[in-house]
Design a protein around this ligand. Structure first.
Ligand SMILES: C[S@@+](CC[C@H](N)C(=O)[O-])C[C@H]1O[C@@H](n2cnc3c(N)ncnc32)[C@H](O)[C@@H]1O
Length: 262
């Protein structure tokens, strides 16, 4: 079911603005990157090497390089890697970011057991459809024992809740029955996960969950078109309830921070 050609076709065409999300850029009203930044700022190490899997236009790669990490940024899309290069040059950190075009469902052409942290944020592993186990195994293989793996995936309960609240019963039933959904494209489906399922998959790869978050609670596009004041207040509430156990899973993205034990 994983269709590499469909994924490439979509992400080669994706514009910078579609996954833009640096909070410093005032046009950004997409909640996910803001939440990602809050969580990454809490968990990222201050030194060592970082792998940004499915780096998109390089927002997180540039932020990680800016905090002193040496970054390897991997993506299937050459055009998004080019955006990453431009962003890194503008930020003056290009010498600390290596760009690699690769598909994370295949063994990666980068060192194994070496990275202090691997991040794959905003649904990258979900995009790999039924190849998610291979993708997670390939990412874990690159991290050194004691290093962190931080995954942001589509949430099973969150997607069902979102579709129900929008009156999209067919879509809600489809996720409920199959765990797959057309999130970003009609040409491929994203795999959705429950907190327990993600815990078990990581556990099977000797990765122990150290924290789990769900966000944004109201859906990724909740702030599009809103004023600065609404965005500020909304994000403050999101931050207040990040990691609240009763809410785990209801947000659109489920984020797991795990440690590779051996
Ligand atoms: C929604 S974007 C997220 C980008 C970035 N992680 C972020 O949080 O801004 C998903 C990214 O995953 C990349 N991607 C999707 N499938 C991939 C695969 N199998 N291997 C490598 N990259 C992939 C896409 O090209 C795209 O850049």
């Amino acid at each position: 079911m994983y269709d590499q050609a469909a994924i490439r076709e979509l992400f080669e065409k994706w514009g910078h603005e579609e996954i833009e999300g640096d909070p410093g850029e005032t046009t950004s009203r997409w909640a996910v990157p803001h939440i990602n930044h809050i969580i990454l700022d809490r968990w990222l190490p201050r030194e060592g090497s970082a792998l940004d899997a499915g780096c998109g236009c390089g927002v997180e790669s540039v932020r990680m390089a800016g905090r002193g990490l040496i970054v390897t940024a991997v993506d299937i899309s050459t055009s998004l890697l080019e955006h990453s290069r431009e962003r890194a040059e503008k930020a003056g950190v290009a010498d600390r970011i290596r760009l690699v075009r690769a598909d994370i469902t295949e063994p990666l052409p980068i060192p194994k057991n070496s990275f202090a942290v691997c991040i794959a944020m905003t649904g990258v592993v979900s995009h790999t459809g039924d190849r998610y186990r291979d993708a997670i195994a390939n990412l874990v293989a690159c991290v050194r024992p004691g290093g962190l793996i931080i995954l942001g995936v589509a949430s099973y309960y969150g997607k069902i809740r979102q579709y129900l609240s929008e009156g999209r019963l067919d879509d809600a039933e489809h996720v409920a029955d199959t765990r797959f959904t057309h999130t970003v494209s009609d040409t491929f489906e994203d795999r959705c996960f429950t907190p327990q399922e993600l815990t078990d998959i990581l556990d099977a790869r000797n990765c122990r969950i150290v924290a789990m978050f769900t966000a944004p609670t109201i859906g990724a596009y909740g702030y599009v078109g809103e004023s600065d004041e609404v965005v500020r207040r909304g994000l403050a509430l999101e931050e207040r309830f990040l990691g609240t156990p009763e809410l785990l899973g209801v947000g659109e993205q489920l984020i797991a921070v795990s440690e590779k034990t051996t």
